[in-house]
Design a protein around this ligand. Structure first.
Ligand code: UD1
Ligand code: CA
Length: 456
């Protein structure tokens, strides 16, 4: 049997008070809709259908790289009506899983429970028990505890309102049954909507057994209708992610002060201090230590590196045993070999820096190829840009660049060469040479400093 997923994403989400469609609001740096699409993919869905309405074109544009099918629900007439829009494109042989574009943290494990051991055309509901079930559809069971219906809050009797078991909205049904049931839905209820949930009573009328699975945690099936709820989802997600890191052998100074917006892979004995943000794909090798307030984006940092406080590292590959920061900024295209030291207020971009070389203070190294054991003095600037073109600076092994040097690219500095402090280097320097390019010092012995005349 094939699996087709329908993601409901047509609602407006007016309580977000946003120009952005609700499902495009982000949790952990990724739109809620994208989270749900990723789950469908992990489930091995043969097809994913997304029902769109409000902000349809913006929603569509946000996921255009993915192979999904779109169903337009021009008017939002209820969840049953929404699923019906996707139905014509669904194969009669499919089992259909219904997910919500604004319920981003549903786990593949829970959905697998929804499908395991169930008959091919089973109707299975995902429910959860809530202390406060207000607003949700209640799961109504008969004396034998069999599910007989779902009743919406606005249609429920006082006795039904007491029920704490609620419909998460997520369910699984065969396409065959949906194609039979959905055309029969009536909008004769308090909201005048075509309720998907009414298929439960239809199935019961046909003597079908309704299966029920429980969500492992209420947050897994929590939707985001408001920015407050969005923030709660974010915190829950981050807490889970932090917990996973610790399970994998990382020490966190405070599990409540780390944010992971992407994937963070850590080796053993990694230490992460407070207020660090990781984005995209980040890998930290064994024994890496990250100081407070670091922002690390799409980077690989090998074993035993130390990143000191307030450093920003993006698109960078760092080999073992490097020391970075505090206040370093490594920009895309930076590659550091083993044992490199990048000190405070150093910016690098498209820079290859060889083993054990040091750029310790206040420098800009861009479009540069630096060998091993090079010492780049404080305040060194690679002048790589003439306003139109970028040029390369090459510094060979064991060169010594004096402080406050400007290297006007294209330029190359030979092996073992030395540059005197304060030089503006515009021409190549051969192996072992000393280059000094600065005005000669003059001392004026007859100089008299102006004297202040006291006023009486
Ligand atoms: C629905 C369920 C309710 C359940 C609750 C869980 C029905 C009738 N009720 O409630 O039992 O407890 O979800 O959150 O199904 N949507 C569309 N098109 C529409 C209507 C809704 O795409 O015409 C989408 C919304 O964007 C949203 C989802 O479906 O993602 C649920 O809609 P919402 O109005 O939030 O749910 P309720 O009807 O309140
Ligand atoms: Ca509604």
């Amino acid at each position: 049997m094939t699996l087709e997923v329908v993601i409901l994403a047509a609602g407006q989400g007016s309580r977000m008070r946003s120009k952005r469609p609700k499902v495009l609001h982000e949790v952990a740096g990724k739109s809620m809709l994208r989270h749900v699409i990723d789950v469908a993919e992990k489930m091995g869905a043969d097809k994913t259908h997304i029902v769109i309405g409000h902000g349809a074109s913006v929603v569509k544009d946000s996921v255009k790289q993915i192979d999904v099918l779109w169903a337009l629900q021009a008017e939002q007439k209820g969840t049953g009506h929404a699923v019906a829009q996707a139905l014509p494109a669904i194969s009669d042989k499919a089992q259909v899983l219904i997910l919500y574009g604004d319920v981003p943290l549903i786990s593949p494990e829970t959905i697998r429970k929804l499908h395991s051991d169930k008959a091919d055309d089973a109707l299975t509901l995902l429910t959860v028990n809530l202390d406060d079930p207000t607003g949700y559809g209640r799961i109504i069971r008969d004396d034998g505890k069999k599910v007989v219906a779902i009743v919406e809050q606005k249609d429920a009797t006082p006795e039904q309102l007491i029920v704490k078991e609620v419909n998460t909205g997520i369910m699984s049904a065969s396409a065959k049954n949906l194609k039979r049931w959905l055309p029969q839905l009536q909008a004769n209820n308090a909201q005048g909507e075509y309720y998907l949930t009414d298929i439960v009573a239809m199935a019961v009328a046909e003597n079908m057994n309704i299966n029920v699975c429980h969500a492992s945690h209420p947050m897994e099936v929590q939707g985001a209708n408001t920015r407050q709820q969005l923030q709660l989802l974010e915190r829950y997600y981050q807490q889970q992610a932090a917990d996973m890191l610790m399970t994998n052998g990382a020490t966190l100074a405070d599990a409540g002060r780390i944010d992971i917006r992407g994937t963070l892979q850590t080796g053993e004995d990694v230490f992460i201090d407070i207020n660090c943000v990781f984005e995209g794909d980040v890998v930290l090798g064994d024994g890496v230590s990250i100081g407070p307030n670091c922002h690390i984006i799409n980077a690989t940092i090998a074993a035993n590196c130390e990143v000191k406080s307030n450093s920003v590292i993006e698109g960078t590959v760092v080999a073992e045993g490097c020391s970075i920061g505090p206040f370093a900024r490594l920009r895309p295209g930076t590659v550091l070999a083993n044992g490199v030291k990048i000190g405070n207020f150093v910016e690098t971009k498209k820079a290859n820096i060889g083993e054990d070389s040091k750029v310790s203070h206040l420098s800009y190294i861009g479009d540069a190829e630096i060998g091993r054991d090079v010492n780049v003095g404080a305040g060194t600037i690679t002048c790589n840009y003439d306003g139109v073109n970028k040029f390369k600076t090459e510094i060979a092994d064991n060169a010594f660049v004096g402080s406050n040097t400007a290297l006007v690219a294209p330029v190359s500095v030979g092996k073992n060469a030395t540059i005197g402090a304060g030089s503006t280097i515009t021409g190549n320097i051969a192996e072992g040479e000393l280059a000094i390019a600065r005005a000669k010092q003059r001392n004026i012995s007859t100089w008299k400093r102006p004297v202040k005349i006291p006023r009486d």
